[in-house]
Design a protein. Structure first.
Length: 634
């Protein structure tokens, strides 16, 4: 944490649309929650920079904060005191306008100039459809049966997560699939009568193969590292066989899950009476796939040449086709039983334990982590990776939707949402701590506690860091034992280029102050090597304009790849605690408190500075953070 000190001085919402469908959401204390009737999209709380939101805000002056929203002068009536509040609906994916003087939303929209050609209010100005569940939806894949009927849709988000949703007879979307719904392979309608079909791991690869003229398909749930519980089911192989497919070519991703999945698909299709080949493309990086291979300039002709030379897969010895199919059907039935819960017929404690186990098993590679005792995930916000905490049952709802079907009733069963009590019990259960621990997000390679320089993007268990480099950022080769010339060049870059113009003031030409500035630059890279607390850095100056803030920004720029965001000082200890809590929740590599005017008195800051470092199991740091989390969540 870094503080820049200033120089001393001698001196209740209304419904948005009355006739739109409303659903009761138990995780929002029974308050009506609006759902987009066409997409089911929902809106995250950290998206005030969304273009539509910015355009709306640009039509107001003197915008003031109001809780988690904004407060402005209402344009549809003479307003002296700001009476119009603007909020973002976390579930519906919409902007909410509420005038406390009584103006309806339609009148406000017209006053702002949001009207159609016929003079009616343009409600689309308030819809933010592309944001779903706090994540950005980047692709939608339609699963269509052999007769051309849409059965369900798969959504892909950034960061990389997926969910399934099912169309309703009313033209709406239900955010999960009913247990009896038929699951089909991707583009089943297009593979009818095709003798040869390529099977990569996911829809993105299928569409890439289709773009070069190949027939391809996949299952809707990806790969499973555990070959005893395959996600390619016997029913998928039967669909291919019934479509007239004679041969399949499985393109394996370059990782353990991809290789296990490819073997499972090949064995299942062979057992169903088709010829199968498995292709492991050369030159792929870890987790690489056929899309990566094609991106390197390889062609369809090269791929077909490799396939022609590949051997045919033989059915496993001792496994009759009927036995293989029966085993896969048993696995499918077991999965469906696990992932379907009736909250009126099953004990909630058993549901809780089953869901926690499912979260842990499916978290490979990790997407959910534990930070300070709280469940978090890494999300990209405005091209920057940040930690998103699950602090309340409402935060967890999309995770539970993706994991299971939820039902209610004994005689007449109907779909429902995950109960708030179960979500709360999951968040507080000790078994959730089995998820990998994540302490900070870094945007440059850092040293792990074992001294290794970690250059691979993603999660590193040894240091409990998540490396999220900027797109296009490439790290040159770093020698383990640099030469004297390389060391001198590095020293010159720091002292003679970066810090050369800063007027360090102190004994012996400010050597001690210069050394602290160098330590500040190196600390983000070497923090995991230090098994103990590290000091706070104070940058001070006798007069304004000497560059104390610029010094901190330049020292941290190599580690962040950008200027560090500035925070302002708090006025009391409780405000300090809340401010530090909010910043730490995002997992920053450093914190800059700029232009400090008063003496800093904060027990929370002192506790954070004395905390045992994040590279060790620390009950001290976990206790301070978790208490802050639950206190702020009240």
């Amino acid at each position: 944490m870094f503080i820049s000190e200033a120089p001393s001085s001698p001196t209740e919402k209304r419904p948005l649309i009355d006739d739109e469908p409303v659903r009761k959401n138990p995780v929002h204390d029974g308050e009506p929650v609006r759902k987009n009737s066409s997409t089911g999209d929902v809106m995250p709380s950290d998206r005030w920079q969304h273009p539509k939101v910015q355009v709306l805000l640009s039509r107001f002056h003197n915008i003031e904060p109001s809780g988690v929203g904004k407060k402005v002068i209402c344009p549809s009536h003479p307003d002296v005191v700001a009476s119009l509040t603007i909020d973002l609906d976390l579930v519906a994916g919409r902007i909410l306008l509420c005038c406390h003087a009584g103006c309806d939303t339609a009148t406000i929209l017209k006053a702002l100039g949001y009207t159609k050609e016929n003079g009616e209010p343009d409600w689309s100005a308030l819809f933010l459809h592309e944001l779903i569940g706090g994540r950005r939806c980047i692709a939608k894949y339609d699963y269509i049966d052999e007769h051309g009927r849409l059965l369900y849709q798969k959504l892909r988000f950034e960061p990389k997560t997926f969910s399934l949703r099912q169309p309703t007879p009313q033209g709406d979307w239900y955010p999960m699939l009913s247990p009896g719904l038929r699951r089909v392979v991707y583009h089943l309608d297009e593979i009818q009568g095709q003798p040869v079909v390529f099977i990569p791991e996911g829809e993105k690869d299928v569409d890439r193969l289709r773009s070069i003229g190949l027939i391809a398909t996949c299952n809707d749930s990806g790969a499973s590292k555990n070959s005893q519980r395959p996600k390619w089911m016997a029913a998928h192989s039967s669909q291919l066989k019934e479509a007239g497919v004679e041969s399949i070519v499985v393109l394996a991703d370059n990782d353990d899950a991809g290789r296990a999945h490819a073997a499972s698909v090949a064995q299942s299709c062979t057992a169903a009476g088709m010829q199968a080949k498995v292709i492991h493309l050369a030159g792929l990086t870890e987790h690489g796939d056929v899309s990566d291979w094609l991106d390197r300039g390889h062609t369809r002709h090269e791929l077909e040449t490799i396939v022609a030379a590949a051997p045919v897969v033989e059915c496993e010895a001792g496994a009759a086709p009927a036995t293989v199919a029966a085993q896969q059907q048993d696995d499918e039935d077991a999965e469906r039983r696990l992932r379907s819960f009736n909250v009126d017929q099953q004990q909630h404690s058993k549901i809780r334990d089953a869901v926690i186990q499912e979260i842990i098993e499916q978290n490979d590679p990790p997407s959910l982590y534990i930070n300070g005792g709280a469940l978090v995930e890494v999300r990209t916000v405005d091209d920057q990776c940040k930690l998103h905490p699950f602090l309340t049952p409402g935060d967890l709802i999309n995770v539970l939707y993706d994991l299971a079907y939820w039902w209610r009733g004994t005689k007449q069963v109907k779909a429902t949402e995950p109960p708030a009590g179960i979500a709360r019990a999951i968040l507080e259960h000790k078994n959730l701590q089995k998820l990998p621990a994540l302490n900070r997000i870094v945007e440059c390679p850092v040293f792990g506690p074992d001294g290794r320089f970690q250059t691979r993007p993603g999660y590193h268990p040894s240091s409990r860091t998540y490396y999220a480099p900027k797109p296009g950022f490439v790290v040159p080769d770093v020698p383990e034992s640099p030469s004297p010339a390389e060391i001198n060049r590095a020293k010159s870059l720091i002292l003679d280029d970066v810090f050369v113009d800063f007027p360090f003031d102190g004994p012996v030409n400010g050597q001690a102050e210069r050394a602290h500035a160098v330590a500040l630059m190196l600390l983000p890279f070497s923090r995991n090597l230090i098994n103990g607390p590290t000091p706070l850095h104070l940058s001070e100056a006798p007069t304004p304009g000497t560059g104390k803030t610029l010094l901190v920004e330049m020292a941290l720029y190599p580690a962040l790849g950008r200027l560090i965001q500035r925070a302002v000082e708090a006025t009391n200890s409780d405000e300090w605690r809340k401010k530090l809590f909010a910043i730490l929740l995002e997992g920053p590599a450093a914190i800059l408190i700029d232009n400090v005017q008063e003496h800093v008195k904060s027990g929370a800051l002192s506790a954070g500075l004395r905390a045992i470092p994040p590279t060790t199991e620390s009950s001290v740091s976990r206790r301070w953070r978790s208490q802050s989390i639950w206190r702020s969540g009240q």
